[in-house]
Design a protein around this ligand. Structure first.
Ligand code: MN
Length: 200
């Protein structure tokens, strides 16, 4: 199955005896799901993930998504993640890949809205480097483009840009004004505290 091969880089980077991140396997119920995970790693960033053909295609967005149409946010493509990762919130231990705190910052369903791509799947748009989706999250809504601009050090560089629609708002800055998890209501700090308590 193609989806399983796509996850090899994900599995190769991780020791599942040490991290509580999901190991793999596609489950149903994640179709057209997107998630934005706040990741307090060596450098804070936001991981934007879209379900495409049974895996979460992923980008690390250093500044997180903007609601301002004039902002072009750098998005560095990272390895595909298993769909169950959309539920993962917790702590990746020191010394493990991506060590730090992971929060489900926003989540919801998306629609493929690329108007010049009649009958084209999102998988094809991904290959072409031009994605247009309508996001229906709790914090992030409306149209967004993801445009591939090139490669640097073996990694695909993309830009994430808000479309000019009713959800565009240059004054809103959800990354700073809405810092808590949509899954648990916790801050990064509280997620860490809960982890420390449990691993005592
Ligand atoms: Mn990350």
């Amino acid at each position: 199955m193609a989806a399983k091969d796509n996850l090899k880089p994900y599995r190769d980077k991780r020791d599942f005896k040490k991290t509580s991140e999901p190991e793999a396997g596609s489950k149903s119920g994640y179709k057209h799901m997107f998630v934005i995970q706040k990741h307090g790693a060596s450098r804070l960033h936001y991981d934007f993930r879209l379900e495409v053909d049974g895996v979460l295609v992923s980008w690390a967005v250093p500044k997180g998504p903007s609601t301002d149409t004039r902002e072009k946010r750098l998005a560095i493509r990272t390895e595909d993640h298993p769909v169950e990762y959309a539920d993962f919130e917790g702590v990746i231990p020191e010394g493990e890949y991506g060590a730090g705190i992971v929060m489900v910052w926003d989540r919801g369903k998306y629609r493929n809205i690329r108007s010049d791509a009649k009958g084209k799947s999102l998988g094809n748009s991904l290959k072409e480097g031009k994605i247009e989706v309508w996001l229906n999250g709790k914090k992030i809504k409306g149209g967004y483009s993801l445009i591939k601009t090139g490669r640097d050090k073996g990694k695909e560089r993309w830009l994430m840009i808000k479309h000019d629609d009713e959800h565009a708002d240059a004054r809103r800055n959800p990354v700073s004004s809405q810092p808590k998890s949509v899954k648990s209501g916790k801050t990064l700090h509280k997620i860490k505290k809960a982890y420390e308590k449990n691993s005592g």
